[in-house]
Design a protein around this ligand. Structure first.
Ligand SMILES: Nc1nc2c(ncn2[C@@H]2O[C@H](COP(=O)(O)OP(=O)(O)OP(=O)(O)O)[C@@H](O)[C@H]2O)c(=O)[nH]1
Ligand SMILES: [Mg+2]
Length: 392
């Protein structure tokens, strides 16, 4: 059991990282963007003065991505007419060169250049800056940040200036990294991050694509929402008479619809497994039966015996997002019991997949049934065992 946990930690230690430079003037929203894409607290945010004059490298032991944030980045001339643009370019170039002199996994793999939609327009000096950096050959994306609306005119302006400079291959992506609230109570929900993730994926070298997928949180959130709606769908079906009696042995064998839920969840992760692999996973999920965990569904008297354990497990899952798992009433209808089981097993599977997914490399996904599934099965056992340690 604990070997598995060690394995997962070790896998993470040897992860190649996807390395990205984020450039853009103070207040553009770089830190906000980094945190939105790679997880909260990845970079410190705050209005005002740059913290240092140098480029700052962010690492996080749990995220296989490294970010170089160009703090103190400036364009234009200073009071005495000296080009700040040049100094900024020099700093960023230096970082790229330094990294390029190291291992391939240390190279800078992409540049996100941020421009605040509400700030100044795209100026020739800025276009010049972009041209200089783009010419180094590192994949380059312009991110229009803090967008309160889609502004085609602004996008065209950028494309036109770039075109004049002979650049036709820089994607321009409009993003609102964080919901924007207004004093009157209005709210614009964040948008565009999924597009930024997609565009970046297209441009990254293959060997760090897996790290980037694992590190970014956007598609994970999208995947989770999709899986939750799948679980809810099956839960609703169960509640409205999906089974005419609560199945008390292997649910997948009893009812193909349960297997279909498992298949649907894996499909969200772009995985189609062999029938045997689904059966194995369902068998593992059903092991909680033999431990008496769900025997109360059939024998209500067993409810009292297992109530504490069940409540603990259910509240654990509730924290992860499942709703309405109250165990107050002892007079569940069979359909309600079936629905609770669906939710419980659905979330157990989802949590196990998520744990493993964020730590695996792309080449391992290619070997899903031999390498990934055993790890997922071990995580299922871990969650079903009810012996959760507070180590993360
Ligand atoms: N609601 C909302 N606020 C944002 C967004 N992006 C930036 N902000 C706000 O704009 C301010 C500046 O954002 P930062 O992310 O700190 O900007 P930065 O580019 O990292 O700035 P420096 O670190 O000074 O270079 C902060 O108050 C953020 O909360 C966004 O997508 N949505
Ligand atoms: Mg910042």
């Amino acid at each position: 059991m604990s070997t598995n946990e060690n394995q997962i930690t070790q896998t993470n230690d040897v992860f190649d990282t996807a390395n990205i430079i984020i450039a853009g003037i103070t207040g553009a929203g770089k830190s906000t963007l980094i945190n939105a894409v790679f997880g909260k607290d990845f970079a410190a945010t705050g209005k005002g003065k740059p913290v240092t004059q140098e480029i700052k490298e962010y690492r996080n032991p749990n995220v296989p991505v490294r970010i170089w944030d160009s703090i103190g980045f400036e364009i234009g001339n200073d009071n005495s007419g000296v080009s700040k643009t040049k100094a900024s370019i020099t700093k960023i170039k230096k970082t790229i060169e330094e990294q390029a002199s190291k291992d391939q996994v240390d190279h800078i793999h992409a540049i996100w250049y941020c421009i605040n939609q509400g700030g100044s327009r795209y100026q020739p000096t800025e276009a010049e800056f972009v041209r200089e950096l783009h010419s180094i050959g590192v994949p380059f994306i312009i991110v229009i940040t803090q967008c309160i609306e889609e502004d085609d005119e602004f996008v065209n302006e950028i494309n036109n200036l770039n075109f004049k400079n002979g650049i036709t291959d820089i994607p321009v992506i409009e993003v609102l990294a964080q919901d924007k609230t207004f004093r009157g109570g209005g709210l614009i929900p964040s948008f565009g991050l999924d597009l930024l993730v997609d565009e970046t994926m297209k441009m990254l070298p293959d060997f760090v694509k897996g790290s980037f997928i694992a590190g970014q949180q956007i598609k994970v959130v999208l995947k989770r929402e999709e899986c939750e709606s799948i679980i809810t769908k099956y839960e609703k079906m169960a509640e409205t008479g999906f089974w005419d009696k609560v199945p008390f042995i292997n649910m997948g064998v009893v009812d193909n619809r349960f297997k279909k839920m498992v298949k649907d969840i894996f499909a969200v992760y772009n995985q189609i497994l062999s029938e045997k692999a689904y059966d194995d996973i369902i068998f593992d999920l059903s092991k909680s039966w033999t431990k008496g965990l769900f025997s109360w569904c059939i024998v209500p008297a067993a409810f009292n015996k297992n109530k504490d354990k069940l409540e603990r497990l259910m509240s654990e899952i509730e924290k992860k997002g499942a709703d309405g798992l109250e165990l107050e009433t002892r007079e569940f209808k069979e359909s309600t019991r079936a629905a609770r089981m669906i939710t419980y097993y659905g979330y157990t599977l989802l949590m196990a997949i998520e744990d493993v997914w964020k730590l695996i490399r792309e080449e391992k996904i290619k070997n899903i049934e031999e390498v990934v599934i055993p790890q997922i099965k071990q995580r299922i056992q871990y969650y079903l065992s009810g012996r959760r340690r507070n180590n993360h």
